[in-house]
Design a protein around this ligand. Sequence first.
Ligand SMILES: *[C@@H]1O[C@H](CO)[C@@H](O)[C@H](O)[C@H]1NC(C)=O
Ligand SMILES: *[C@@H]1O[C@H](CO)[C@@H](O)[C@H](O)[C@H]1NC(C)=O
Length: 435
Amino acid sequence: MHLLRVSLASVAFFALQAAAQIGEYDPIYSDYDYCQGITSDSKTYKPIPGATLKKVQLFMRHGDRVPSMVFPGDDADYSLCGSATESHYSGSDTLSRTPTVQSKIMDPQDSPYHKLLWKGNCDIGQLTNRGKQQTYNVGKSIRSIYVDMLKFLPKFLNTDIIYVRNTHAVRTRESAEHMLNGLYPSRFRVPGSIIEMNAYPEAVENIVLSSGNLCPALPSIFKPFASTPTFLNFFKSNYALMAKTNNILGIANNPQYNNSLNGDFFISRLCNNMPLPCSRTNATDCITPTEATKAIAGTWVMAYGPMRWGPQVEKVKRISGGMFVGTIPKNIRATLNGDPSSRPFEFYSVHDQSIDQIMAIISAPNTPWPGYSATLGLETWELADKSHVVRAIYEGKMVKAHPDLKCSLEACPLDTFATFLERYVPSDAQAECAV
Ligand SMILES: *[C@@H]1O[C@H](CO)[C@@H](O)[C@H](O)[C@H]1NC(C)=O
Ligand SMILES: *[C@@H]1O[C@H](CO)[C@@H](O)[C@H](O)[C@H]1NC(C)=O
């Protein structure tokens, strides 16, 4: 999530000092691919034998997008967005077969900044066509499990049992639409049925960090991580790469960009098979795919490191994931108690940061950063003895629980899970966030 990256630019420089072990993922995620998140489908998914599924809370990162900022002089051609027959839906099944509008990002020839701008038809951070297809495919996989296999959701859309929430960003809203279209293609909908897509106002969004708004103290709470020895080691071992990427991108003296490995620049190119940049003064001095991959991994360290290690880690978790996680047990209990306003299937279309800050609380530390369209599924099951357990599936794997959680996330007793999450909810968020 670029909001954090920009606002913490000065911290970012030090964040690169995180230890090498921080970038090493648990071997269960050996098939992890940052370009393509993994979601189980009916071929790989296994229910809990003898138990009944009561509730699903699914978190999905948006699909593939272009960089969330324009690097000075980025000369790539990002013709990855939209198409002539664009409609709100895509994938192999479109709800609106006769689009009535076509949006187009203009080529602003008259702008004094024209030559600094990338080419192509994408605006900053826009979902690409690839990203649309990815999120549509998540919907198909989810359908194969919860509709076809478990019959937890009905074959035909019933808008009363689905709750959808997306963030204010256009790419999460669009990703939600594509996913829902994969989950309920038009032949499984009564014409005219409308799914409500809920979003918090941006100024008080609590499912992704927006440091300037909700929690002014955030940067200073993240900062102590920068002084840890693991950080300093990581910085040393990545300094040469940072200097090289800075030089090639022409940002060596630009403090807005030069304090990070700028993984966000490289990831679009790698995931869309676009050429990597070379120096403008030396055409044979180029970034290799290995270097770009390392830059991407190093950039994530900055975002997930302070949530997992460092002197203030518990406080960091409270003012990031803690702002939201209380909603999870609250909604589970509402469904189990038969609250008529509660929905058994909740779908959150969010950002990498949103999922990672929940993972930081519930999971053992070495989990990979959420890939494009990655999902975290929380399932509440009723066992034969009528007790309830929660299990967590991330990137297609059972989540290894954080040691403090003291249960297995293959079947964690609901009370244990709920009490643990509630521990992270700030009792006075405004006071904790005051500067
Ligand atoms: C980034 O640019 C600033 C300002 O020119 C400079 O002081 C700083 O050393 C640069 N940082 C890196 C890592 O090159
Ligand atoms: C150009 O870059 C290559 C590869 O990094 C390097 O070997 C070579 O010395 C450079 N040439 C000049 C003139 O700096």
